[in-house]
Design a protein around this ligand. Structure first.
Ligand code: FAD
Ligand code: SF4
Ligand code: SF4
Length: 421
């Protein structure tokens, strides 16, 4: 080993698993750098409407973590940041991190004057592009850190100076440039999470062609009060509430041509979303088309409760194709009833594809050679000595499991440097 062991820990990814690892390590007395690609912490959980099984708002859990991070001087958070390189070894890593410019400094009070001053808009990434936001924007109303972002489109436009001058607090700095910093750390937790599988690859389902075909993550945003429809579940084509909604399970999952594995979460997610529909639209009917339902252990009770609702039909069948009706504005699902082998065509107002969870490492590899499994997950808790994986980058997990995983990774990261000063 070269030199004394560095006693700092780097956590990459500020979702539930990464935030947990960072907080646990900092509260045990270690200096922590938390590096997050988005302009805010919270990961995909920040984009959920409610959590199963208790169906409580995700901000209950997230806010506690934000507070613990804010109060702990041992945690340094870098948002809009990504690791570019890692060199060295357990106990002594050198990590370079690219910081993208936010163009807004810490003087921002979120007054919103910059957004009023611009006419430019971008697709809203927080709402999966279902609506648009001004190119000077707060990523979402509970964002941490609570600070605006100026999109590069605006910085490069003729409106840039006018927008800068609109800020009463001198919080806009158009001269910010991308910056690379170097961090010296003893160990690393990699917690970069998951991405929704790209539904455009499911060509028989017409996602991106038929507006009333949406995905499960879009449904979370649609049902959320701070979402694109202010929580109203509607058909995107008409803006009207659907009378019936189909959920298609295993959309691209357990399929050799797409994601060959089971994401283990999406059955429960669809059941949860069925309650969103039924609570808001009591006259509606929901069909869940499935191959098998995955709801084990303590989630059995949740499944049993959902089954008691006569407005929710669990239909064992494989949806082969979605196409527009010739006689109405509905979508037709061609379904093979697995129990009877009958081929059926059923009309629906809104279709939700229960797409699976792809590891972030399917698109964005670690900057050093490490072992991935056949599906690009980092399968082992110990990626290599001194580097530990946590959360959905390791396997599809629910929030409680991601938190446990974050804690395990923090313990390993601490153990790797403890007593080696
Ligand atoms: C439709 C749906 C509904 C769900 N509903 C529930 C539910 O009700 N209850 C429940 O328990 N679970 C639910 N889940 C699962 C839940 O979303 C996950 O358990 C949780 O997101 C896992 O957290 P994570 O930190 O591992 O990953 P993520 O939430 O993905 O966080 C990873 C973070 O890392 C960041 N990142 C990615 N790459 C990089 C990089 N290269 N550098 C820096 N940062 C990076 C990301 O921006 C993100 O902030 C649901 C999943 C789906 C698909
Ligand atoms: S950057 Fe300035 S104008 Fe924009 S929200 Fe922040 S304080 Fe207000
Ligand atoms: S959790 Fe359900 S919907 Fe998701 S892949 Fe597994 S069986 Fe299919």
């Amino acid at each position: 080993m070269s030199g004394p062991t560095n006693q700092s820990i780097l956590v990459v990814g500020g979702g539930m698993s990464g935030m947990t690892a960072a907080i646990e390590a900092a509260e045990a007395g270690y200096e922590v750098y938390l590096v997050e690609k988005n302009p805010y912490l919270g990961g995909r959980v920040a984009q959920l409407n409610l959590y199963f099984p208790k169906l409580c708002p995700p901000y209950c859990g997230l806010e506690i973590n934000f507070r613990r991070i804010k109060q702990n001087p041992k945690i340094r958070v870098f948002t809009m940041a990504q690791v570019e390189s890692i060199t060295g070894e357990e106990g002594n890593f050198e990590v370079t991190v690219l910081l993208r410019p936010r163009y807004v400094n810490e003087k921002c009070t979120c007054c919103g004057k910059c957004a009023e001053a611009t006419t430019l808009e971008i697709d809203n990434p927080f709402n999966y592009g279902m609506d648009r936001v001004k190119a000077a924007y707060l990523p979402h109303d509970m964002a941490f850190p609570m600070r605006y972002v100026i999109d590069p489109v605006l910085v490069q436009s003729s409106e840039a100076q006018k927008v800068k001058e609109s800020c009463p607090y001198d919080a806009i700095d158009l001269s910010m440039e991308p910056k690379t910093i170097t961090l010296s750390v003893g160990s690393i937790v990699w917690a970069t999470g998951w991405n929704p599988y790209d539904a455009k690859k499911l060509d028989t389902y017409g996602f991106g062609v038929y507006p009333d075909v949406i995905t499960n993550v879009m449904m979370e945003r649609m049902a959320a009060n701070n979402g694109p429809t202010q929580g109203k579940i509607v058909r995107p084509s008409t803006g009207q509430p659907p009378k019936n909604v189909a959920f298609i399970q295993c959309a691209g999952s357990r399929d050799e041509n797409h994601l060959p594995f089971c994401s283990s979460i999406c059955c429960l997610a669809s059941m949860k979303q069925a309650t969103y529909v039924r609570d808001q639209l009591p006259d509606s009917k929901v069909y869940i088309f499935y191959i098998d339902i995955r709801a084990t252990d303590r989630y059995e009770d949740f499944y049993s409760k959902i089954k008691q609702d006569e407005g929710i039909v669990f239909f064992k069948g494989k949806v082969a194709k979605i196409f527009p009706s010739e006689t109405s504005d509905q979508l037709i699902l061609r379904v093979e009833n697995t129990m009877t082998e009958e081929l059926m065509e059923m009309p629906f107002d809104l279709v939700v594809l229960a797409t699976g969870m792809e590891p972030s490492t399917a698109r964005d590899l670690l900057p050093i050679p490490v072992a991935y499994d056949d599906y690009q997950f980092l399968p082992a808790l110990t990626v290599q000595p001194g580097i530990y994986a946590a959360g959905c980058v390791r396997s599809p997990l629910n929030v409680a499991e991601s938190v446990q995983d974050g804690t395990s990774a923090a313990i390993r990261a601490i153990k790797s440097i403890v007593g080696r000063r």
